[in-house]
Write a protein that binds this ligand. Structure first.
Ligand SMILES: Nc1ncnc2c1ncn2[C@@H]1O[C@H](COP(=O)(O)OP(=O)(O)OP(=O)(O)O)[C@@H](O)[C@H]1O
Length: 799
């Protein structure tokens, strides 16, 4: 809609006025911050000057403690004020550059006149006039902007619904305190603006979307009812974006009860953690806790086993599958699927119940190769307790008993020859340390260190105590429970159940665990068994858990997370089209997630519109997955995806290198060569690196971050992220020919924002050839022609 010169002049003037006032506020805050900062420094410096310490009588002592406490309170109040002022200053510094992005004129029903409301990433109050010059985008009234076109509207407030009429909706792009763009919009938040935002080059880190949140995304962001909110959205539909703005919204709405450390995001990999870590700070909020499921497993079981990660498991599955899938592979696949299921969880539960009566296994308590308490004795002790006592409680009783046994053992060991030897071996430093420690320990007992006999007794005690420490610690951590044995025994019990390939599964599990390795599919069941036996751990402090790529979690893992966070609300983001793990492809809908809290507590929001990629890319990629017809492209045009067939690996690399150079020449900042596996990635990197002008970075599961530029990245690590241009390294029938490869291929292709090129060594896979030929261009690349063109950069289209 065309805006008049007066409109422009008025809005320009307003921007000047508002930014002027924000600037004044910044000065005030800067002074406040520096003042409070010096207060804090002063208090810390003179902390003890203002404290009166007198311990002569009880009253004096009480007074002294009160005086310390008072001083501590003064300090902590100042520190809090400093934190708040500093955070407010950060927000104002952002706001002054771009104070708002939207305006709505709203008249409440049965009222005259109306209000003009400007929306920005934070609110700004003109304190003198008590007037909000900018409303926070999360304020109740701001939802009008995202949900309605001008006309009849309604929004919810804590005091109920407010109805009225929206008279105007206007969008702005303000940078460096200047209006760059301004227009009045209709129903959706200007497609034009969205097009502009989406056309820009991708970044190594995600951006906020507050200025262009779409109506269906707003439903996700502001949903405050569901215990379990499932967002089932197609690739690039803004699931992650909506979830992050949702965190910001919840932190704002519940600012008195909720803090960022009570929210946890489970990311698909550490790279993704880094990719999304800038969104909340950009919105002036602190980041929530970010982790991966793998990191949690490491935290719980890392001291007992070398835990396989999900990527290594996936590499195994993909490589063995391509190698023809021998019997061992089939057995492992079947084991992975079964061990991920709720049925297996129920078996573990039933097994734990059975252990109340019989079957508990323990490791003997051993010290210096001597058995202090045998496994048999431990079993007898365990079953000597009343059978109504729960297993974890019995173990607690055993723990106390064992610690007593260790005390007794220590007393008896005092005369042992090894103790004498150890004392002899004490260095003079050790000896001195021992002396100091003993002096402190024995203070008041009238014991002196001059008495040789006394000295020897004390040193012996100390030596034994130190040497026994690991045994005592292991007892405290219930490590005398033979967890591995219990888990293997569970497998033995299932052999008769005729579960497919079970003998092979059992053998493999046994062998791996015996070598201290824990396969990924066993990690959650074993952890669950450990907790069922030793006592469940829960985290009641966490109030919101967000699971990204939720389709990649097994039903068992989801149930585990539910138990771990008993007081949380959950947001699960998923796309079945991208379910790439062997355990995940075992189910074909979101049922395992949907049934976690039951239908009454669960709400599902579906997103069909894909924002990441151009219309042409979406029209191609939606043909790869079943049900892809429902995917709606956004109206941003670009080139059709191009499939380039090479006859041998040499020409594949030449074609790829030429394409990379061409795309870089066109100004694309991030170009990703996506391989199926990590080993294919290494091969690609070695071959291509010498052929390219720019450095070629190989991204592995150990890379903590990635920057823009040219990357080689395995498909599963590219999950959740995006690139200006994607070059699928080898989309041939040979590489992606099986049904199991389809989702991996889809995941790789949907990472592209502007350009998609699929190279193929030989015949392309059926996920390409089954599509309508209108959706892509097909080129047979011939190396001879590359040379004949006689230039470094070759356009595949010219071949
Ligand atoms: N309302 C919006 N305004 C601007 N950009 C948007 C909007 N919604 C999504 N986007 C952009 O679309 C891209 C994809 O978003 P996002 O990564 O959140 O999608 P996703 O559904 O999590 O994708 P995937 O499942 O494929 O990883 C991002 O660049 C994001 O900034």
């Amino acid at each position: 809609m065309h805006l008049s010169e007066q409109d422009w002049a008025a809005e320009k003037q307003r921007v000047e006025e508002v930014t002027g006032k924000i600037q004044t506020k910044i000065q005030v805050l800067e002074e406040q911050v520096s003042q409070v900062q010096s207060d804090v420094v002063e208090i810390r410096k003179h902390y003890w000057d203002d404290v009166t310490m007198d311990m002569s009588t009880t009253e004096d002592a009480v007074e002294s403690i009160a005086s310390i406490r008072q001083q501590a309170e003064v300090l902590s109040e100042r520190e809090r004020t400093h934190r708040q002022a500093f955070a407010a200053l950060g927000k104002m510094r952002k706001l002054v550059q771009s104070p708002y992005f939207g305006r709505i004129d709203f008249r409440e029903r049965d009222e005259r006149g109306g209000d003009t409301i400007y929306l920005g990433i934070a609110g700004f109050l003109d304190e003198e006039k008590d007037d909000y010059l900018v409303y926070d985008w999360r304020a109740p009234i701001s939802s009008l902007y995202y949900d309605f076109a001008p006309g009849e509207v309604t929004f919810s407030t804590p005091n109920g619904a407010v109805e009225g009429e929206m008279l105007l909706k206007r969008q702005f792009v303000i940078r460096d305190r200047k209006i760059h763009l301004m227009f009045d919009t209709g129903l959706t938040i200007g497609d034009e603006l969205l097009k502009q935002v989406l056309s820009r080059s991708s970044d190594a880190q995600m951006k906020t979307i507050v200025a262009t949140i779409q109506k269906e995304q707003n439903r996700i962001i502001r949903n405050d009812q569901a215990r379990m909110l499932i967002v089932q959205g197609v690739a690039g539909s803004g699931k992650t974006s909506a979830a992050l703005q949702r965190v910001a919204y919840l932190l704002y709405k519940h600012r008195d009860q909720l803090s960022s450390d009570q929210m946890v995001l489970f990311s698909p990999n550490p790279l993704f953690n880094h990719y999304v870590s800038t969104v909340l700070p950009e919105l002036g909020e602190e980041n929530m806790q970010q982790t991966t499921y793998q990191a949690y497993l490491e935290h719980r079981l890392g001291d007992r086993f070398e835990i396989e990660d999900s990527f290594t498991q996936l590499e195994y599955v993909l490589q063995e599958q391509d190698a023809g899938g021998a019997a061992a592979y089939q057995a492992r696949l079947s084991g992975i699927r079964f061990k991920s299921s709720s049925a297996f969880q129920a078996i573990v539960q039933a097994y734990q119940l059975g252990l109340q009566q019989e079957g508990m296994l323990f490791s003997p308590i051993v010290f210096r190769d001597r058995e202090i308490v045998s496994a048999d004795k431990l079993v007898k002790r365990f079953y000597s307790y009343d059978s109504v006592i729960r297993i974890p409680n019995r173990l607690e009783l055993m723990q106390g008993w064992l610690l007593e046994q260790l005390e007794r053992f220590a007393e008896l060991e005092r005369e042992a020859a090894w103790v004498e030897d150890e004392i002899e071996l004490l260095s003079s430093e050790d000896y001195h340390r021992a002396f100091e420690r003993l002096r402190k320990m024995e203070r008041g007992d009238g014991v002196t260190f001059d008495d040789y006999e006394q000295e020897r007794v004390l040193l012996a005690r100390m030596v034994i105590k130190e040497q026994l420490k690991p045994v005592r610690d292991a007892v405290k951590r219930l490590k005398f429970v033979d967890l591995t044995g219990l888990y293997v025994q569970l497998h033995v019990g299932l052999i008769a159940e005729e579960q497919a390939h079970w003998s092979a599964v059992h053998e493999r599990t046994h062998e791996e665990l015996a070598n201290g390795r824990l396969p990924y599919e066993d990690a959650t069941p074993l952890l669950y068994l450990m907790e069922a036996v030793c006592g469940f751990q829960t985290n009641g402090a966490v109030r919101h858990v967000i699971i990204d790529e939720a389709q990649d979690y097994s039903p068992f893992q989801l149930a585990y997370l539910k138990r771990l966070f008993p007081r949380c609300r959950m947001t699960a983001l998923g796309d079945l089209g991208q379910a790439i793990y062997a355990h995940a492809s075992a189910y074909s809908d979101m049922e395992p997630i949907a049934s976690l809290y039951g239908p009454e507590q669960t709400e599902v929001i579906r997103l069909f519109r894909s924002y990441r990629s151009t219309r042409e890319i979406v029209e191609f990629t939606r043909g790869i997955v079943p049900g892809g017809d429902a995917i709606e492209p956004f109206t941003r045009g670009g080139a059709k995806p191009r499939v380039i067939q090479a006859s041998d690996r040499g020409s594949l690399h030449s074609l790829l290198a030429a394409e990379v150079e061409r795309l870089r020449g066109e100004g694309y900042a991030s170009v990703a060569i996506i391989t199926k596996t990590a080993s294919e990635g290494r091969l690609a990197q070695e071959a291509l690196e010498p052929m390219l002008a720019a450095p070629l970075v190989l991204v592995t599961k150990h890379s903590p971050t990635f920057e823009s530029g040219v990357l080689v990245i395995p498909s599963y690590l590219a999950k959740g992220v995006e690139f200006d241009a994607v070059l699928v390294y080898d989309g041939s029938h040979h590489q992606y020919g099986l049904e199991n490869d389809r989702k991996l291929f889809y995941t790789a292709c949907t990472r592209a924002m502007h350009e998609l090129r699929i190279f193929s060594l030989g015949e392309p896979c059926q996920w390409i050839t089954n599509q309508s030929p209108d959706t892509y261009e097909f080129v047979v690349g011939e190396e001879s022609k590359i040379h004949s063109l006689g230039k470094g950069i070759v356009e595949a289209g010219e071949l």
